[in-house]
Ligand binder design. Structure first.
Ligand code: GDP
Ligand code: MN
Length: 396
């Protein structure tokens, strides 16, 4: 789960990571009010979307409006908010479609002396949480990793003990913090590590972490991604979810208890079990096809879930064929067949359907589908299913 910058900064405050004073606004008037209450000399107005790159990104409706604006008065903050709210922000991370801006963060602006990068993630290779830091902040860490990998420092963190103070200080020193700033910077790295571990985050990032003209250190941007599989033990964070920012089909699937990830191909896949779902996507790729999604209806899929899965797959306008690939282990093929037949009858199938049923009650399931009014291509093997689905989608 992703959250907004203003929400992540609230969590930073709880961990005593210094962030600029500010508040969220849903309308230009509110933005003005927040600015008036801050009473600063300069303000930063920042579009709140679940994607980065806002500083360089621009509104689709007006490319001269960026996702971050620096202004001098509350009236200008109101105008900057009006130029962002209700507009579509396109950044490197949003793709061409962009994201609708529905709220802005209004902050006291900071006079920047230096921009650095600090983040935490899980390093799969060492199987440990890792602090990632660089004296060259501001630009995207992905680009920096490609162009100047030597400028990135990685430091593994003990998942139980956290980031040791002496290591945090060594990191601060290596990043070029002055003697007087070392303890403050180290404290921020340790707090970030504490937050990351306690929140079961998959990513916690400060980009940029800045040194201000007056020598203070502050987090000017904040990003926290939570591990969905651990959200059940963070009821306080679950409320930070913003469904408006999520893929509507993925949100619908989550509600129905279906694992669904939207991909960019045109063959809709309905599969049970994550392993088989991945194998299905792989074999489509092997034969030159492209899956429109990863969809796992779950081990003990009910007819109702199959129906939901169909609705989700057909909700994607790019889908030109559907491949139902089920292995009946705990799930029974006859129940899946029943779900397919009722769902197809109710929703009305607008694209060709390929079905492969194997395992428990497969014979019965196949017979039910054959005897139904559905126009279905049956497949006995993975390869046959992939070939037929690709042919049905009109690519070969
Ligand atoms: P992102 O582009 O989505 O990552 O948004 P950021 O919050 O990182 O802002 C982008 C850039 O805007 C930062 O790297 C800063 O250079 C600049 N910026 C953001 N807030 C301020 C501020 O208060 N003062 C100044 N001078 N620059 C800021
Ligand atoms: Mn940033």
């Amino acid at each position: 789960m992703k959250i907004h910058e203003y929400q992540a900064k609230e969590i930073f405050r709880q961990y005593r990571i210094p962030v600029p004073k500010g508040g969220v606004a849903f309308s230009p008037q509110e933005a003005r009010k927040v600015a008036e209450e801050l009473g600063a000399e300069k303000f930063a107005v920042k579009a709140q979307i679940h994607a980065g790159g806002r500083g360089k990104g621009a509104m689709k409706e007006d490319p001269s409006t960026r996702g971050v604006a620096l202004v001098a008065t509350p009236a200008q903050a109101e105008a900057a908010a009006a130029a962002m709210l209700g507009k579509t922000l396109v950044t490197k991370q949003t793709g061409e479609a962009g994201r609708l801006v529905q709220k802005v963060l209004v902050e006291e602006a900071t006079e920047i002396d230096r921009e650095l990068y600090a983040g935490m993630a899980i390093d799969r290779a060492s199987e440990l949480p890792v602090v990632i830091a660089s004296a060259e902040g501001g630009m995207s860490i992905e680009e920096l990793a490609k162009e100047k990998p030597e400028a990135i420092i990685r430091m593994p963190v003990d998942p139980v003990a956290g980031l040791y103070a002496f290591r945090a200080r060594a990191l601060a020193l290596e990043l070029g913090f002055k003697a007087k700033q070392i303890n403050k910077a180290a404290g921020i790295f340790m707090a970030l590590a504490r937050l990351f571990l306690a929140a079961d985050a998959s990513l916690a990032e400060i980009n940029p972490l800045v040194v201000t003209k007056s020598g203070e250190i502050a987090a000017l941007d904040a990003k926290i991604n939570f591990d969905d599989n651990a959200l059940f033990r963070h009821k306080d964070y679950a409320g930070l979810r913003d469904i408006a920012e999520e893929d509507p089909l993925e949100a619908k699937a989550k509600e129905a208890g279906i694992s669904y990830v939207s991909l960019d191909g045109n063959i809709g896949c309905m599969v049970n079990g994550a392993g088989l779902a991945m194998a299905t996507n792989d074999i489509l790729a092997v034969f030159g096809g492209k899956p429109a999604n990863f969809l796992d209806v779950g081990g003990g899929a009910s007819a109702g879930q199959v129906e939901e899965a169909f609705k989700i797959i057909l909700g994607d306008p790019r889908v030109r064929a559907i491949w139902v690939n089920i292995y009946g282990g705990i799930a029974r093929c006859d129940i899946i067949a029943e779900g397919v037949i009722t769902a197809a009858g109710k929703i009305g199938l607008s694209v060709p359907l390929v079905v492969r049923l194997m395992g428990t009650n497969a014979e019965a399931g196949r017979k039910m589908i054959e005897e139904s009014a559905l126009e279905v291509a049956a497949a006995a093997t993975m390869a046959e299913g992939a070939r037929k689905a690709i042919e049905a989608a009109g690519i070969s």
